[in-house]
Design a protein around this ligand. Structure first.
Ligand code: C2E
Ligand code: CA
Ligand code: CA
Length: 391
């Protein structure tokens, strides 16, 4: 999708993109954008300065829609401002491919388009099913009738190659629409006020299932559970949580709660109480999507975390963008200085893994090892992987 009030530039971009195999829509009127935007839009080239609605407003809209498309910012203003806008877009959780300083040459345009293609599969298509148009009532039923399932993805110790733990990721097994990914339904769960229920379902299920991943020596890997910060506002959370670990015979020290950096910062003073009590009971605490929230290090120093998970966008762009690479290096450094374990997620290539090893990152997670798999699939994957580890 090309959004530029200058018709000539819009047409030039469309022509070049079509030449490279993209299917394009273009508009010169940013106000039309909300109508044109759909969830199968994979790449958006956006002019920052437009009369009806400026590019920053469009970025906010995209962020509200949890847009996963790649974004290229274009403008005739100074590179500094473009870079600041790029940072803002990232802080809003958007996936920025790069920027084009006007006037740009055709080769520069082609370069940024191929960079997008190199970044891999169109993000909106991967884990976002636009056809998932379910009713809220169905979602409510799914939560009540336990139609949600967990898939598991390994966390690999970079130095030894051993599986250090598994992250549980929720999916909705819809009777007619098939498997629906969390980005499609969690925002609705939140809007329906059912996020705490979903949290308890996944905790209960994850703790019940983790024993299935035991190795031949009887060692059960750690399990990481994604919890929305909202659940932590309930002062009874630690006690209920611990009673569930006991019910399933799982050691609290083997369980990691993942909270996103943005969520944490939003509710820091309330969450600290519950988090501290969880830590006192040996539960591990991971700060997820670290770096995306631009949180102040000063604030995070007070969080009783045990782990930092570098935001996937940095890991995936570290070989194309110096800023992202520095972010990865600094996060590893700061994490270690604070005595935290550092995890890189979204690791898809050997090149990324090699770099992370060189930088001393502790744990890697990503498609390079395995996609998230259903419980049975993960049991077989582990069996295969562990037998190869021994050889
Ligand atoms: P997250 O916690 O950051 O989880 C990582 C996401 O990255 C997962 O998407 C995973 O499938 C995906 N991923 C893992 N490796 C790679 C890779 O190499 N490349 C790429 N491109 N992606 C990779 P998923 O499962 O769609 O989950 C999306 C988000 O939904 C999660 O992001 C998490 O914030 C949320 N979520 C998942 N399960 C739960 C849950 O049980 N409760 C809550 N509250 N949120 C959940
Ligand atoms: Ca996570
Ligand atoms: Ca994450």
């Amino acid at each position: 999708m090309v959004i530029d009030d200058d018709k000539d530039i819009g047409e030039l971009v469309v022509a070049a993109a079509q030449e490279m195999g993209f299917v394009c829509v273009a508009t010169t009127n940013a106000a039309q954008f909300p109508e044109l935007f759909t969830f199968d839009t994979n790449l958006i080239l956006l002019d920052l300065m437009m009369p009806e609605m400026d590019g920053i407003e469009v970025l906010r809209l995209l962020s509200e829609q949890q847009c996963k498309a790649g974004i290229v910012l274009m403008s005739g203003i100074s590179t500094r401002i473009l870079e600041t806008a790029e940072k803002l877009a990232r802080a809003l959780g958007l996936s920025v491919v790069g920027h084009l300083q006007k006037p740009f040459r055709l080769t520069e345009l082609e370069e940024v388009l191929s960079k997008y293609l190199d970044m891999g599969a169109p993000k909106n298509v991967v884990n976002y099913s636009p056809q998932a148009d379910f009713q809220d009532e169905e979602l409510r039923n799914a939560i009540e009738c336990d139609e949600l399932v967990l898939h598991y993805q390994p966390l690999t110790d970079i130095e030894t190659g051993n599986v250090a733990g598994l992250e549980a990721l929720v999916r909705w097994q819809h009777p007619t629409l098939g498997l629906i990914f969390p980005d499609n339904f969690i925002p609705r769960v939140e809007a329906l006020g059912l996020i705490d229920e979903l949290g308890w379902l996944t905790i209960d299920r994850g703790l019940a299932e983790v024993g299935k991943f035991v190795d031949k020596d009887g060692v059960i890997p750690g399990i990481s559970l994604n919890i929305t910060v909202h659940s932590l506002l309930d002062l009874k959370f630690p006690d209920t949580f611990i009673s569930l670990t006991k019910k399933h015979g799982v050691s609290a020290a083997n369980v990691t709660i993942e909270i996103t950096e943005t969520g944490l910062i939003k509710e820091l003073s309330y969450a600290l109480d519950v988090l501290t009590r969880l830590r006192m009971k040996s539960v591990q605490l991971s700060i997820d999507d670290f770096g995306s929230g631009y949180a102040m290090m000063k604030q995070l120093r007070n969080v009783p975390a045990t782990e930092l998970k570098i935001d996937m966008n940095f890991v995936q762009n570290m070989h194309i963008n110096t800023g992202d690479r520095v972010m990865v290096q600094k996060t590893i450094e700061i994490g270690h200085e604070l005595g935290l374990q550092v995890v890189a997620e979204g690791v898809e290539t050997q090149q990324q893994l090699d770099f992370l090893r060189l930088e001393g990152c502790d744990i890697a997670q990503g498609y390079l090892f395995s996609r998230p798999l259903p419980q049975d699939g993960m049991v077989s994957w582990l069996e295969e992987y562990r037998s190869r580890q021994v050889q």
